[in-house]
Design a protein around this ligand. Structure first.
Ligand code: 5AD
Ligand code: SF4
Length: 442
């Protein structure tokens, strides 16, 4: 067997925060096992891509990247190329048949095996495809390797058991499992030692976390005991599992921020039914109103899909009406994208023409942008506690930070300011979607 140097690993990530958190886990596993991470693809001995399968567009971007990696392989045949994450189980056959230059395909529950798989492949052993899902893997004892920052993402559940009919996640990431409270607390203590001030708890269905009799509200109460965490957020909860008790915990615990992401998906009952969401439009409206009545100054963001199978003009109008009624603070909007293997792909026809999906998306975005602007303008003249994050993207003399309700605020830099500091900022104006303000106290 040839003697090998310590491999340099280049890792690129696509998709949601869950995937970025997984990449931090992968980096920790690799570094603990004598690899070294690099941001320079040309110097990498191993090129890994953590993939997203949620929509066709995401998958296509990954495919384009794979061709870029193929170029590296043509120049340096010894480079190991690996596909990780949500596309792996879908891609396993296609990759071995159509992209023979891919050396490894490793699913989200098999990252502990990566060091051995890489070593074996570098020693010219055969290609490996490891995509089995493991209903117990929570990567309990591994502390992710994070870059410095203000907010640390801490995974508390993996996988999903909801089987929304459009969604590939239950197939790509497997059954839902909760990480033990002790592991979550230990990780939070670690992130405080690393200098983080804010934690966002992560899960595909974050509010269905459980351990024995403890549910998500008890978890929130427990993690606020970790000294040094000033702000706690969580994504993404499912409206069906959003209890009144959880709203009260958000109201009563000062560290839990006054923002919730509450994915709606559609405002039409027949569409919600076909999506298997487990709530009705009126149930969602009631929850959103109760949430705002319970937690003062609560911001609510959402996800909405347009053009799902069988969505009529009247169904779409119902979504617009709900958006007008609830007035979300912001929304992520998507065109339905059929994913093979999902319930919708098997049972319903993707029958809304692409042009109609596009027109509905435009109409929805226009409506929501107006609402977002109006709700942001209502912040002008008011003071917010803003956690400073770092220089703004445009000007070195300006910094950006976030309010408790997750609005981005830009303000003039002050000497001695460090990331993580919470400052009182008075909002002066709205430019585009960005709030600008001044610090009111030195
Ligand atoms: N097509 C379009 N959007 C989707 N989402 C999930 N699956 C699909 C799909 N097949 C959206 C949902 C979800 C967000 C993360 O992505 O709105 O909340
Ligand atoms: Fe995240 Fe879902 Fe995309 Fe996987 S498929 S990366 S879980 S958004």
């Amino acid at each position: 067997m040839p003697v090998l140097n310590k491999p340099r690993v280049y890792l690129e990530t696509y998709g949601c925060q869950m995937n970025f958190a997984d990449s931090e886990l992968v980096a920790a596993i690799l570094e603990e096992n004598l690899a070294e991470m690099t941001s320079d693809i040309a110097k990498a001995d191993v090129i890994l891509v953590n993939t997203c399968a949620i929509r066709e567009h995401a998958s296509q971007r990954v495919m384009q990247q794979l061709h870029r990696y193929q170029q590296q392989k043509l120049q340096r045949p010894e480079v190991v190329i690996g596909v990780l994450g949500c596309m792996s189980s879908h891609l396993k056959e296609e990759i071995s048949q159509e992209r023979p230059w891919v050396d490894l395909v490793v699913g989200p529950d098999s990252y502990r095996q990566l060091p051995q798989l890489i070593t074996a492949r570098r020693a010219e052993l055969p290609t490996s495809v490891v995509t089995g899902l493991d209903r117990y893997e929570t990567y309990e004892q591994i502390f992710p390797r994070r870059d410095a920052g203000v907010n640390a993402w801490v995974t508390i559940t993996r996988g999903c058991d909801n089987f929304c009919s459009y969604c590939v996640v239950p197939f790509a990431r497997g059954r839902e499992r909760s990480r033990p409270l002790s592991a979550i607390q230990a990780e939070m203590e670690q992130v405080v030692r690393e200098g983080f001030r804010e934690v966002t708890l992560l899960g595909q269905n974050v509010n269905s976390w459980r351990e024995g009799d403890n549910r998500f509200p008890e978890l929130l109460e427990a993690v606020t005991q970790v000294a040094g965490i000033e702000r706690i957020r969580f994504i993404s909860p499912h409206p069906r599992d959003f209890s009144q008790r959880l709203l009260e915990v958000i109201r009563d615990i000062p560290q839990v921020m006054n923002h919730i992401h509450l994915p709606l998906q559609s405002g039409s009952d027949p569409v919600l039914e076909r999506m298997n969401r487990g709530y009705t439009a009126s149930g969602f409206i009631e929850l959103a109103q109760r949430a705002r009545a319970t937690v003062s100054e609560l911001a609510i963001s959402t996800d909405i899909i347009v053009g799902f199978c069988g969505e009529s003009e009247a169904d779409f109008e119902a979504t617009l009406a709900l958006v007008r009624e609830v007035e979300f603070d912001s929304a992520f909007t998507f065109k339905y994208s059929e994913r093979s293997g999902t319930i919708a792909a098997r049972e319903y026809e993707d029958d809304v023409p692409a042009v109609i999906k596009g027109a509905r998306l435009d109409q929805l975005m226009e409506l929501q942008n107006g609402i977002t602007r109006r709700r942001n303008s209502a912040c002008i003249g008011r003071e917010f506690a803003v956690m400073a994050e770092g220089p703004s993207r445009k000007l070195a003399t300006e910094w950006m930070g976030r309010t408790g309700c997750n609005r981005i605020v830009v303000f003039p830099f002050q000497a001695g300011l460090l990331p993580g500091r919470v400052l009182p900022v008075r909002i002066e104006e709205l430019s585009g979607f960005t709030l600008r303000g001044n610090v009111t106290q030195k």
